[in-house]
Design a protein around this ligand. Structure first.
Ligand SMILES: *Cc1c(COP(=O)(O)O)cnc(C)c1O
Length: 556
């Protein structure tokens, strides 16, 4: 009888005893991936090299062809398959300008690797002591940075900026309606955010059972920040009808335009309105997922300017920072490290000013298990929506150490400087591209074209345009979206169909479309700006030509 050869599955695991052979094998596999990716890199394009035929049948074909192999495939071949996935993948070269989609830094990746080597479960410190230790450290580090009392604050790593908005809402519900945990949410709880806020709150009111009808959208000003007078009016309206405002999301750095809500005014106003009606002040969550990283300038000496930033860069950072410095007034907030923290997905940090708030949504109210406020073995994150949790805090920790405050300052200042260079080059080279977030310095530029050339932006913002005119202007911009989209393997720009909700002449509201330049690659430098703007210029001309052709044909 032939001897049956059983697969040696142990060789698929890191060694038990630290032997060199196993380590070297693993290093070879890593090396194969790193070398393979390097072989695909092309700094003159956005996408990695390689073939992908992503036609209409693409996913269908995958479904038909995919099956688990019956026999073990050698790792070298598995690696080839993995590398094939990366073919033609967008990559963060200097031409990657589309959105908040950053590169993962080396310290971020190495931090993940360290976490994976022990694969602890961050649910409980006994199962994942490394993750718990790193989590307590990074919560303390970030708390001190923004001015929370680290001995009182708390938090945890979670599923994105959206998860943080959701967690804040859970706390808000538990604060205002503790019985809701047993009986379900009452039908008079209301949440507020601005028109420019991320849709995270919309999802959260839906998922918590509050209902999206009870999400009140507050008007924004032309700089995309919340109109606090409107917040006051809307809170009063809600209360007059028997509602209770429980949650306000203040966006400190909108994802499209980098608008920054005024936390100081929001807190004061919300407090005043609530007090007037004998209510608790609503829980305020600063959605600082993206913009919060400008807190790295909290202690920067803007006068001595030790990192020698150019005057206009310094002024821009100061302008952002002056609107960001009250982050500590928020009851909770978020740092999406996979955004400007330079770590891989998913490394979001949810912070609460009062760690005791976490007990409100804990499984076991008789314990006091919140971060950093208890002994080893009691660190059980029963208050998170997740059960098992990855130790993404280790990657965050790694990045915070490797970059340091100055490293982050340097990188953010570079993004700001490149963004300023884009704005200047646009104004000089493509004057018909009207910058529509000029009030917000930062790392994003939004611009808009008008069929007649010139600018109608002021009129659009002030409500002097009809809906049909704005629609027509939007469609005109959409032509550019499409042209740039077709060439996005060369230079990858972004766009948005939701920049500013503006009033129309008829009294309705409608959103503006804009093309987006998002400075996010560490490889985009000021010296690359002229070439990129010249490239853009040819396509902007094409939009006007196409439009003129279409108008002649339709006899407009
Ligand atoms: C990105 C972003 C979110 C969502 O974060 P995820 O990590 O994608 O869940 C929420 N709010 C703001 C302001 C953001 O920029």
């Amino acid at each position: 009888m032939r001897e049956r050869r059983l697969p040696d599955v142990q060789r698929l695991f890191p060694s038990e005893n630290g032997n060199q052979q196993s380590r070297q094998m693993m290093m070879r596999f890593f090396e194969q991936i790193l070398t393979g990716v390097d072989g695909l890199k092309n700094p003159d394009d956005v996408n990695l090299r390689g073939e992908k035929d992503r036609t209409d049948r693409f996913y269908n074909n995958l479904i038909q062809q995919s099956a688990i192999p019956s026999e073990s495939m050698p790792m070298e071949e598995v690696n080839s398959e993995l590398l094939a996935l990366l073919h033609n993948h967008p990559y963060h070269t200097k031409y990657f300008l589309t959105n908040i989609l950053p590169m993962a830094s080396i310290p971020g990746i190495v931090g993940m690797l360290a976490a994976f080597m022990v694969n602890g479960n961050n649910l409980w410190d006994v199962y994942g002591p490394a993750g718990a230790e790193a989590e307590v450290k990074v919560i303390s580090m970030m708390s001190k940075l923004i001015g929370y009392d680290a001995m009182k604050s708390g938090g945890y790593t979670t599923w994105g900026g959206q998860g943080a908005v959701f967690s804040g809402l859970r706390i808000a519900i538990a604060k205002f309606a503790p019985e809701a945990l047993l009986k379900g949410v009452p039908d008079n709880l209301y949440a507020f955010c601005s028109d420019a806020a991320h849709y995270s709150l919309f999802k959260s009111v839906e998922a918590t059972g509050i209902g999206t009808d009870k999400l009140i959208r507050v008007r924004t000003k032309a700089d995309s920040s919340m109109d606090v007078n409107d917040l006051k009016l809307k809170m009063e309206e809600v209360i007059a009808l028997g509602g209770i405002p429980v949650y306000i999301v203040a966006t400190t750095g909108t994802t499209d335009a980098m608008g920054i809500d005024d936390l100081e005014m929001i807190q004061a106003t919300a407090g005043k309105v609530a007090a007037q009606f004998g209510l608790l002040r609503p829980h305020i969550h600063a959605d600082s997922a993206l913009g919060g990283f400008f807190a790295f300038f909290q202690d920067y000496d803007f006068t001595a300017n030790p990192l020698e930033f150019k005057t206009e860069v310094l002024q821009a950072i100061q302008a952002i920072h002056s609107r960001m410095k009250h982050l500590d007034l928020a009851d909770s907030l978020c740092f999406d490290f996979q955004k400007l923290g330079q770590t891989p997905y998913l490394t979001s940090l949810f912070l609460v000013k009062e760690a005791a708030d976490l007990t409100l949504m804990d499984l076991h109210p008789d314990e006091t298990p919140y971060v950093g406020h208890r002994g080893y073995g009691q660190y059980h994150t029963g208050y998170t929506l997740e059960c098992s949790r990855m130790a993404s805090s280790i990657s965050i920790y790694s990045a915070l150490l490797a970059f340091g405050i100055q490293g982050y300052q340097q990188l953010l200042a570079q993004f700001v400087e490149v963004n300023l260079a884009f704005r200047e080059a646009l104004r000089l080279e493509i004057p018909e591209a009207v910058i529509v977030n000029a009030d917000n310095p930062g790392i994003i530029t939004l611009f808009r074209l008008y069929p007649e050339g010139g600018s109608r932006f002021e009129e659009e913002v002030s409500g002097a345009c009809s809906l049909s005119e704005i629609d027509r202007n939007n469609k005109f911009n959409e032509i550019l979206f499409e042209i740039l989209g077709k060439q996005r393997e060369r230079i990858f720009f972004g766009d948005t169909k939701k920049h500013l909700l503006v009033p129309t002449k008829e009294g309705s509201f409608t959103a503006l479309y804009a093309t987006k330049i998002f400075v996010i690659s560490p490889y985009t430098e000021v010296k690359h700006v002229p070439e990129i703007v010249q490239y853009l210029k040819t396509f902007v001309s094409q939009v006007f030509e196409k439009y003129a052709e279409a108008s002649t044909i339709s006899g407009r």
